[in-house]
Design a binder for this molecule. Structure first.
Ligand SMILES: NC(=O)c1ccc[n+]([C@@H]2O[C@H](COP(=O)([O-])OP(=O)(O)OC[C@H]3O[C@@H](n4cnc5c(N)ncnc54)[C@H](O)[C@@H]3O)[C@@H](O)[C@H]2O)c1
Length: 332
């Protein structure tokens, strides 16, 4: 028997909020009952643009919860607002699926994790770039390589976003690199222990700070993950997932972030069937399944904090010009 759709409140109706409205209305697993934004008229407009009617639209999450008795919250607000929204939802007894990054700092994320523990509610980050069929295949290939010695990602794009990204510090590390940092944990099943990072901003940069970064992470066994990226790189651009290369004892695996990954050396491993849903639709499916079954998803807040710690440790290394242990930022 198909379970009835989970009743959802979405908070945040900005650029990414609109992508979520599309995904939520297309999903048979969920039903949108309320849309919340500090700017209620923007929420009204976003709902109308997606042909959504008959839901509660308000500027207050508490008000939406009181009026609609939802079963879960999707948080698509800006990172500095995530903590307030997520804690309000969890204290009201609701599980939360929150856009990445779960918080601007590890300390803020740890506070949210504490409330998740106290209330027993699920708090999951939507790391949408984990949900690609090709990435799942790439992980199977990496397992066939035996012990892994080195992993690298090249990320070279030239987007003109306008807005907050062009003003902020550490833009590439904080706003983008978390996707690759999180993916390397998913791909290898391991967490790094230390990082050395350098940032720069090329003379032609249209970003205020840190459009380029190169970070070398170490794992406990001495193997490495190298991230080399730029957001000011017109020319032969990589995909949005970046260009990946993995070297192991028995061969190599390579993924351009768009097509099929290529294994050289060992025989192709048997294919394990997975979900067909990708990006935020994949994250939503994973969340609904976790709420229904009580399973802990891979991007539950406690585990996801390590991806955030990779960003914070890389930023600290770039600022202070030294090797930084992840334990140092996790314990701060
Ligand atoms: N997964 C991806 O690929 C991807 C891509 C883009 C953005 N994002 C993430 O999505 C989130 C939202 O980004 P965006 O580009 O939509 O930002 P945005 O600024 O366009 O929209 C954010 C919206 O949240 C509202 N808001 C802020 N604080 C609020 C609060 N306390 N209560 C209710 N509403 C509040 C704002 O009024 C605004 O409408 C960010 O965390 C961002 O990093 C993820």
């Amino acid at each position: 028997m198909t379970p009835r759709p989970l009743r959802l409140v979405q908070v945040g109706a900005g650029a990414m909020g609109r992508a979520w409205l599309r995904t939520i209305t297309e999903s048979p697993d969920v039903e949108l009952v309320a849309l919340v934004d500090l700017n209620a008229s923007a929420a009204t407009q976003a709902a109308a643009d997606h042909g959504i009617s008959g839901i509660v639209i308000t500027d207050s999450l508490e008000d939406a919860i009181r009026r609609t008795a939802p079963e879960a919250v999707v948080d698509v607000t800006v990172p500095v607002a995530h903590s307030e929204v997520n804690i309000t939802a969890m204290r009201a007894g609701l599980p939360v699926l929150c856009e990445k990054p779960i918080a601007p700092t590890v300390a803020d994320a740890r506070q949210q994790a504490r409330v998740a523990r106290e209330t027993g509610r699920l708090l999951m980050t939507s790391q949408s770039r984990r949900y690609y069929r090709a990435l799942a295949r790439f992980r199977e290939q990496i397992r066939a390589l035996g012990p892994v010695g080195a992993v690298s990602t090249r990320f070279f794009k030239a987007p003109h976003f306008g807005g907050f990204r062009e003003e902020m510090r550490h833009v590439l590390l904080v706003d983008m690199a978390i996707h690759a940092f999180d993916a390397v944990r998913y791909l290898t099943g391991r967490d790094p222990v230390a990082v050395v990072c350098r940032e720069s901003n090329p003379p032609w940069s249209w970003f205020a700070h840190g459009a380029n970064a190169v970070a070398v992470f170490e794992f406990a066994d001495g193997s490495t993950y190298t991230y080399d990226g730029s957001w000011c790189a017109p020319g032969d651009e990589t995909s949005w997932n970046g260009d990946w290369f993995v070297s192991g004892e028995h061969g190599t695996a390579r993924w351009d972030g768009a097509g099929d990954p290529v294994l050289t050396g060992p025989p192709e491993p048997a294919h394990v069937a997975g979900s067909e849903r990708e990006e935020i639709a994949g994250a939503l499916e994973d969340f609904v399944d976790a709420v229904r079954t009580g399973r802990t998803p891979d991007t539950e807040v406690h585990a996801n904090i390590v991806s955030l710690a990779m960003v914070e440790a890389a930023v600290l290394s770039a600022e202070e010009g030294r090797r930084v242990l992840l334990a140092e930022v996790l314990e701060r």
